[in-house]
Design a protein around this ligand. Structure first.
Ligand SMILES: NC(=O)c1ccc[n+]([C@@H]2O[C@H](COP(=O)([O-])OP(=O)(O)OC[C@H]3O[C@@H](n4cnc5c(N)ncnc54)[C@H](OP(=O)(O)O)[C@@H]3O)[C@@H](O)[C@H]2O)c1
Length: 258
């Protein structure tokens, strides 16, 4: 299937490692010109080389998307280097603190800043030009724990649920403008250096087996390539009737019927 996005410009936040990196690689394979950002330069540079090896006119930018000024600078630099953003992947996210009552005000604000405000600020910056050009794709990486109860961090659940809600709202606002806005909800995805890889290495084998038995119907952790491929599909011409959706990529891990 030709995804029809060769030559488009994508911005992937947190594209140096993990799901952001796999998504950037999937987009690069489709001939997309990919900008990635992260806070640390060395992994950023390494991933840019990988993207270029796939033929993408890739660029890396050091930026902390939790900082409003960095977000504005990042957007300016990406547009100057590659042109207006056609595809925005808001991938950076995470939680802070444990239960509702244990998490501090700072934990709550940090989680919403990282998951919501980073995405919202970039959406505001890219949307006007997408609207003018009547083509755009915005994809937000949520989690199955934004759709149903799960995990240990209340701030994470609440922030990912808010991200899914914001995605839906934006999708309806831009539905007539050729801009599709969707979210992706991964389950527990393991890759070298990621949190589930650490979990498997650091926990006793019995605890890992029990986790898999209780949570993962396929009998193994998820793997990252299908997340990247889903992002590339949602970014494509082929997804033209999909907007406001939240797509699980979880091997059946989540329990929700909706
Ligand atoms: N892995 C899973 O099982 C899973 C499941 C559900 C949802 N998710 C969601 O998927 C997304 C990616 O998770 P992941 O597991 O791939 O994470 P990861 O392995 O920790 O990778 C995070 C990436 O984001 C960058 N980053 C982190 N904070 C940043 C910031 N403030 N500004 C700019 N870049 C930043 C990191 O580089 P630097 O550290 O150098 O900045 C790195 O490139 C998150 O939203 C997460 O909640 C993951």
């Amino acid at each position: 299937m030709d995804l029809g996005i060769e030559g488009k410009v994508a911005l992937v936040t947190g594209g140096s490692r993990g799901l952001g990196r796999y998504s950037a690689l999937a987009l690069a394979r489709e001939g997309v010109r990919v900008a990635i950002c992260a806070r640390t330069e060395a992994p950023l540079r390494k991933t840019v080389e990988e993207l270029r090896a796939l033929g993408s006119e890739a660029q890396g930018f050091v930026a902390d998307v939790a900082v409003a000024g960095d977000v504005a600078r990042l957007h300016r630099e990406v547009v100057a280097a590659l042109g207006p953003v056609d595809i925005l992947l808001n991938n950076v996210g995470g939680g802070r603190g444990g239960g509702v009552l244990e998490a501090t005000d700072d934990d709550w604000m940090a989680a919403f800043n990282l998951n919501i405000f980073s995405a919202l600020r970039l959406m505001r910056l890219v949307a006007p030009s997408m609207r003018e050009r009547r083509w755009g794709r915005i994809i937000n990486i949520a989690s199955i724990y934004g759709r149903e109860h799960g995990g240990r961090s209340a701030t994470y659940m609440a922030a990912k649920a808010a991200l899914i809600a914001m995605t839906k709202h934006a999708a309806l606002a831009y539905a007539k403008d050729g801009i599709l806005v969707n979210s992706v909800a991964p389950g527990s995805i393991a890759f070298p250096g990621g949190s589930w890889d650490r979990f498997q290495r650091e926990q006793p084998p019995e605890a890992v087996r029990e986790f898999i038995e209780r949570n993962l119907p396929m009998g193994r952790f998820g793997w990252p390539e299908p997340v990247g491929d889903t992002v590339a599909f949602l970014a494509s011409e082929r997804a033209s009737l999909i907007t406001g959706a939240c797509i699980n990529v979880d091997g059946g891990q989540s329990h929700s019927l909706i």
